[in-house]
Design a protein around this ligand. Structure first.
Ligand code: WTA
Length: 635
């Protein structure tokens, strides 16, 4: 029997050692005992980080939805698979059983097929957090189509870029979406995006808000009537272990988003195994992850990980502040949530509000609290621990990435003793390494460096859609034979890891990864702007906020500065989305540059963070004189 469910620290160390010494036999046992395969693998792992090429469970055949749905039908058919909690607390909660989910997925899969979608085709899903989003994801997986979910907060231009990058032929969207007391016209955004997407043949529209929308003849159709007519069973396409399951875009250091490609078998095995252990999920539990399925957290730990384990997973459409700041806790009480997984930015926002919002509710069902997306500061950690967990529920600070597919460094609750702000120990099978700037591994404890992973794990992304060279260059060239994460970390005296933040050009704002390059590109398109540089600065709710240093063209000099600020943010909203708006914009005559012309962001970061005591040696700059000017006028 494999150690599928780890129960004490001794066992963790024992299993961890085995997973590192004999990774292949370790993962083979897990895969063999806990999943449904159409055909077993010939070889557990083939890998070469120089190419890079990674293949897990080579030549195995499977369909992940048989693991999420079909296999549960005999034993869990009437168990709630998805518990949908709408934006409006007055609207009824929807309980979708495994049987019903199986049927809904089958119908949608058949509708996709009727619209010409075949194995390997890409389908873009641009939906709010309603059950159809999970159903559409699974329906793609059912027929072997590759889903590309785009977070429904992205703008039309950002959506079009993603649709075109992976050449999606079908888009699933809704008329509108609810967010707190606002309604957003999603279909209008899709219409605008599709003006630049000639490859899209069909748009299927879910009715959610009932507002009036344009239906373009021949292209757009309401989904419900098609589902009603569709056959309620759909054979699962037999997939190869390494066939792509989905593409999910993440920001990088150039303007173009990276379409991370995840494949079927390894992703299935790893997300299921981590879900079981990191949340200590037990059969009767109700599990809630507040993320959006537009991000990797939602893919792995709302949809796939929980459903593979036959769990009850909550989908929440709303926001933490509507109708008031007690909404999360109201939902916890209402559904007797056992595992609650959220982001530090949400914790910080709620911690600012009156405690009576928490105290009104019975939170005694909670057994595990989780956090993800950015480093959690000590204050937020304690607030979460004291007030939500009432010091009874361990906090799992889970470090991982879109690229890693699943949780990589995290405590196992009731197993690993926790320390505030530490993600603690590597998960089973994960071999972290800290590197110095020369590319050498830093061994021993009480050290700090750049975080790499030395050995493949089953759910790692296999490539960037359409750009394998970029995949290699971004992740596998900085440190030979290692996957480079882009994060810094320290390892303390007992070997616990603490993630210190990004060391590249990505800034995490409210848990969303934002590359500086696409934002700068967008600003630079403004006719009055010559050049710009973006850095992050500390913000007490968002973690980081964005500070823009903008150089105007001569023709822009006479413009009203406040109007320009508004226009710049408007432009960013249109091209990327409101999450990328700048909190501060300072107009400058130049930005500090090295003699080779590279912007010295380190100096700008210090100025933006009001930490200018130790700027270091600036005399080697191309233009040291601008530093004083920028400091004198800093916002
Ligand atoms: C950051 C989210 C500190 C990190 C699953 C990483 C974290 C990036 C943590 C990936 C954590 C995620 N502590 N930092 N527990 N979890 N991060 O791709 O910088 O949206 O590289 O995946 O978030 O963000 P992504």
């Amino acid at each position: 029997m494999s150690n599928y469910h780890i129960k004490h620290l001794e066992e963790y160390f024992q299993v961890y050692r085995k997973s590192v010494r004999e990774p292949e036999s370790f993962w083979e046992e897990i895969a063999e005992e806990h999943f449904v395969w159409r055909k077993k693998w010939d070889n557990v792992l083939d890998w070469d980080f120089t190419k890079p090429e990674i293949k897990w469970f080579k030549n195995a055949k499977l369909n992940i939805t048989e693991n999420c749905l079909d296999r549960h039908l005999p034993t869990r058919g009437d168990k709630t698979a998805i518990l949908f909690e709408p934006n409006d607390p007055e609207e009824q909660t929807e309980h979708i059983t495994y049987k019903q989910l199986h049927e809904r997925v089958s119908r949608m899969a058949n509708v996709f097929k009727d619209h010409g979608v075949q194995k390997g085709d890409r389908v873009c899903i641009y939906l709010p957090m309603i059950p159809e989003l999970a159903v559409a994801v699974l329906a793609c997986a059912r027929i072997g189509a590759i889903h590309s979910v785009v977070f429904a907060g992205f703008s039309a231009i950002a959506l079009a870029t993603r649709i075109n990058d992976s050449d999606c032929k079908l888009v699933v969207t809704s008329d509108g979406s609810y967010r707190g007391n606002k309604t957003i016209n999603l279909k209008g955004i899709v219409d605008a995006a599709l003006e630049d997407c000639p490859g899209v043949e069909h748009v299927l529209v879910v009715k959610r808000t009932g507002e009036s929308i344009d239906i373009k003849k021949g292209r757009d159709k309401w989904l419900q009537p098609l589902l009603d007519k569709a056959y309620a069973d759909c054979n699962a396409e037999i997939m190869d272990a390494e066939d792509p399951l989905f593409i999910l875009y993440t920001s990088g250091s150039t303007g173009k988003p990276k379409g991370m490609v995840h494949t079927c078998a390894g992703y299935m095995v790893y997300t299921a195994y981590t879900f079981k252990n990191v949340f200590q999920y037990k059969e009767e539990d109700v599990y809630w992850c507040t993320a959006d399925i537009g991000w990797i957290t939602g893919h792995s730990y709302i949809v796939y990980g929980p459903l593979i384990n036959g769990a009850t997973t909550v989908m929440f459409e709303g926001v933490p502040s509507y109708p008031d700041y007690g909404r999360f806790w109201e939902v916890v009480e209402k559904h007797k949530i056992n595992q609650f997984y959220t982001a530090p930015t949400a914790i910080r926002a709620l911690a600012k509000e009156n405690l009576s919002y928490v105290e009104k509710y019975d939170l005694s069902s909670l057994r595990v609290l989780g956090t993800v997306g950015e480093p959690i500061n000590e204050e937020a950690w304690h607030w979460y621990n004291n007030n939500i967990g009432q010091k009874q529920s361990p906090i799992v600070d889970t470090w991982w990435q879109t690229e890693t597919g699943g949780i990589m460094i995290s405590p196992i609750p009731y197993v690993t003793p926790t320390t505030p702000t530490y993600a603690t120990l590597p998960f089973i099978g994960i071999q972290p390494a800290l590197m110095d700037e020369q590319g050498k591994e830093i061994k021993g404890n009480q050290v700090e460096g750049r975080l790499c992973i030395k050995f493949p794990w089953p759910s790692m992304a296999r490539t960037i859609w359409g750009d394998h060279d970029r995949y290699r260059d971004t992740y596998f060239t900085a440190y030979q034979n290692n996957y480079f994460t882009g994060d810094g970390a320290l390892r303390d005296a007992v070997g616990y890891y603490r993630i210190t933040g990004r060391v590249d050009d990505v800034i995490i704002v409210s848990g969303h990864n934002l590359g500086t390059a696409p934002i700068e590109d967008s600003i630079n398109e403004h006719p009055a702007v010559a050049e710009s540089a973006i850095v992050g600065f500390p913000h007490d709710v968002k973690g980081n906020a964005l500070y823009g240093f903008v150089i105007l063209k001569e023709t822009g000099e006479s413009r009203d500065r406040d109007n320009l600020r508004k226009e710049i943010n408007q432009q960013i909203t249109e091209q990327i989305g409101p999450i990328a708006k700048l909190d501060k914009i300072q107009f400058v005559s130049g930005v500090p540059k090295t003699r080779s012309g590279k912007i010295m962001r380190r100096i700008l970061r210090k100025i933006a963070g009001k930490d200018t005591e130790n700027l270091g040696d600036i005399s080697t700059l191309l233009n040291p004189e601008v530093v004083k000017e920028i400091m004198d006028n800093a916002l």
